[in-house]
Ligand binder design. Structure first.
Ligand code: NDP
Ligand code: MG
Length: 380
């Protein structure tokens, strides 16, 4: 039995990971963690019988502890608890499916404990890639991408020489507002932005997809995962999300990975790599697809992507500021405190007000995060 821990088990990626576990039947779940959703966590505990469970919110952890008293599971809380769940001694792979920079410390702890990482939590790599990638090398652990584009690239690179990559072609659907101008985006409501044309995902990433900030984060994620420069990652709009990404090699050959928009495929691939297993679900039907179209990304009406390139090229603490300002802004937008276009205005403002620190430590990354939050609270 393969043994895995899932951080963020109640979310979109977390629940789909558990679906894969259930479908395959030969994976043991050793640890689970979530923020506060103890109702779903209890169901998961009763079904998958993990040894340890972390609920980040202390009060909720106490409540859960009471309701699972009949079981032997250990319930912990807070960052300490999250780290304990990440390093549970028997697990081989830790699926990092929490949302946001909260993922940095447990990911590092899991790697230091020798675990492979099935990485969904892109914010960790974007802000701390310069710590994560060398650490993976030092510890001899693998970072297996779960993000569909990065899984696609990973699949295209199978058996290839890393040095022969000319360019990474990161595909994007363009989100629900593709083709719209800033004028037309002025009055976008939360409900409109949560309505992604192809993928069903968590709320934060769905908003990020609509602003193209998600694609910006993914460019930086690709830079770290595949050891390329920012200008070697080119975003290609492909509205139907059939091609999940491509790699262009030195000789001009382009490899693409295609599939239906189902996150279970990249999740399962990361858990069983290099093995492929049967996956129930829709298959691509090329007769009904008919055509696949490509467009250039619109950096004028969707400045989030342009700002991400700036952040990724500058490096240091700037990607953290880009990400933290976005996390704060998206939370405010979802809370109906700011308008849609203010999201990218906030990111730009926070980036302009920041002095970049090169090669930051985890503490310096978290300081830069706090400073970006503060900046936004004081200005908006
Ligand atoms: P969701 O919002 O659906 O789920 C987030 C998960 O994180 C929940 O289990 C939540 O618990 C948990 N969580 C939140 N805060 C904490 C905390 N402080 N401590 C412990 N757990 C916490 O997000 P997604 O599943 O959509 O995304 C997760 C990550 O995967 C993100 O980084 C995203 O960018 C990435 N990703 C997601 C894709 C998708 O299809 N959804 C695709 C590619 C990447 P609770 O439910 O209790 O709040
Ligand atoms: Mg993606």
């Amino acid at each position: 039995m393969k043994k895995i821990a899932i951080l963020g088990s109640t979310g979109s990626i977390g629940t789909q990971t558990l679906e894969v576990v259930e479908n395959q039947g030969d994976i043991e779940v050793t640890a689970l963690a979530a923020g506060s959703n103890i109702r779903l966590l209890e169901e998961q505990i009763r079904k998958f019988r993990p040894k340890i469970v972390c609920v980040f919110e202390e009060e909720k952890a106490k409540e859960l502890k009471e309701s699972v008293r009949d079981l032997t599971v250990r319930v912990v809380s807070g960052m300490e608890g999250l780290i304990e769940a990440a390093v549970e001694e028997t697990s081989e792979i830790v699926v990092t499916a929490v949302v946001g920079m909260i993922g940095i410390r447990p990911t590092i702890a899991a790697m230091e404990a020798g675990k492979d990482i099935a990485l969904a939590n892109k914010e960790t790599l974007v802000t701390a890639g310069h710590i994560i990638m060398p650490l993976a090398k030092k510890m001899g652990v693998r970072i297996l991408p779960v993000d569909s584009e990065h899984s696609a690239i990973f699949q295209c690179l199978n058996g290839e020489n890393k040095g022969s990559v000319h360019k990474i072609l990161l595909t994007a659907s363009g989100g629900p507002f593709r083709g719209k101008t800033r004028e037309e985006l002025k009055n976008v409501k939360v409900e409109d932005a949560l309505n992604h044309p192809n993928w069903a995902m968590g709320r934060k990433i769905t908003i990020d997809s609509s602003t193209m900030v998600n694609k910006g984060l993914e460019v930086m994620e690709a830079k770290w995962l595949f050891g390329v420069q920012m200008d070697q990652v080119q975003v290609v709009i492909q509205p139907k999300s059939i091609i999940h990404s491509m790699v262009e090699f030195e000789d001009g050959a382009v490899m693409a990975q295609m599939g239906t928009p189902d996150m279970k495929l990249p999740i399962q691939y990361a858990l069983y790599y290099p093995e492929r297993r049967y996956l129930k679900g829709d298959r691509l039907d090329f007769w009904s697809i008919g055509q696949i179209n490509f467009e250039k990304p619109d950096l004028v009406n969707f400045p989030g992507l342009k700002l991400a390139y700036e952040a990724g090229c500058a490096g240091g603490t700037l990607p953290t500021v880009f990400n933290a300002a976005n996390e704060k802004a998206v939370a405010k937008f979802l809370n109906r405190e700011i308008t849609y276009l203010t999201i990218t205005d906030m990111i730009e403002g926070a980036m302009n007000g920041h002095t970049v620190k090169e090669n930051p430590t985890v503490e310096e990354i978290l300081d830069a995060e706090a400073a970006a939050y503060e900046y936004i609270e004081s200005r908006w």
